[in-house]
Design a protein around this ligand. Structure first.
Ligand SMILES: *[C@@H]1O[C@H](CO)[C@@H](O)[C@H](O)[C@H]1NC(C)=O
Length: 269
């Protein structure tokens, strides 16, 4: 991966990233079809659930960012084969804060995102020992975290890979399938972006396990801030082709002033 990939990866950790889904005609009429999702907790700036305005008329998901199967007991941090640790600001976004925001807003669900771009400023890789051991460790460690914080779903946001697409697909697909059938989570999403290697991994996952993936949080916010409406629509149409049948969410960032979060115009895909 070139240096533009690193810049791009560093651009994917905003405190507040928002996504919206609009009414899809095929959805059941009973559930509210309007969905707004917000990543929170990754940059340790003290942001609280109650700082975010919550529209009562939409389904509203907070996504805690991140849990990572890395340990900081080594320097640099090293992969733990699916044993996830918490890397969101859980001194602020506590289990009682989760309970409280859900109690006062019945339309709120809270999920947690797996992976992310960096751990202590080093790249996070999807790196496993074996599919069986990774899935076993991931189910155990994530079930404990989801239960402790009373979470509702998971989001998959690995951005760099030291495993081939089929291995990634099998690990994530089996993880989501198991956690859903155990009743631990109710929904799962994936967060690919426009990079050839990233798309290869997530499209392999989609082809084999698309049936257990509820939303595609495509990182449209990772495109240049100068993207025009016509270009944006074109990018969106491309993802409809890449993830056939998927519930693809439009997305934007609220944090363009942070230079770390600015996307380079040159892309390596
Ligand atoms: C996975 O991570 C370990 C520890 O950092 C490293 O030694 C190994 O080379 C990585 N595996 C691959 C396939 O890159």
């Amino acid at each position: 991966m070139g240096s533009s990939t690193k810049l791009l990866a560093a651009a994917l950790l905003p405190a507040l990233l928002m996504m919206m889904a609009f009414h899809a005609p095929t959805m059941a009429a009973a559930a509210n079809p309007n969905l707004f999702r917000d990543y929170i907790g990754a940059i340790y700036n003290g942001v609280k659930f109650t700082d975010v305005p919550i529209n009562p008329k939409v389904r509203f998901d907070f996504i805690l960012a991140f849990v990572i199967d890395y340990t900081t007991a080594t320097e640099p941090p090293s992969p733990t084969d699916g044993q996830f640790n918490i890397f969101w600001q859980n001194t602020v976004l506590t289990s009682s804060a989760v309970a409280s925001i859900k109690r006062s807003n019945p339309n709120v669900r809270v999920a947690v995102s797996l992976g992310g771009a960096t751990v202590n400023d080093r790249p996070v890789f999807f790196n496993i020992t074996s599919v069986d051991s990774w899935v076993r460790n991931a189910v155990t460690s994530l079930t404990a975290i989801v239960t402790e914080y009373n979470l509702d779903g998971i989001d998959i946001d690995y951005e760099q890979f030291q495993a081939d697409p089929d291995t990634f697909a099998d690990c994530i697909g089996r993880l989501v399938t198991t956690m859903k059938s155990n009743g631990v989570i109710k929904f799962a999403s994936i967060a690919p972006y426009d990079n050839a290697d990233v798309q290869r991994h997530y499209q392999a996952l989609w082809r084999k396990y698309g049936a257990v993936i509820d939303y595609i949080n495509f990182q449209f916010y990772a495109y240049s801030a100068s993207t025009t409406v016509a270009q944006y629509v074109n990018f969106f149409d491309n993802q409809i082709v890449n993830y056939p049948g998927g519930n693809i969410l439009a997305s934007f960032t609220t944090n363009r002033c942070d230079p770390k979060l600015r996307r380079q115009d040159s892309r390596d895909t």
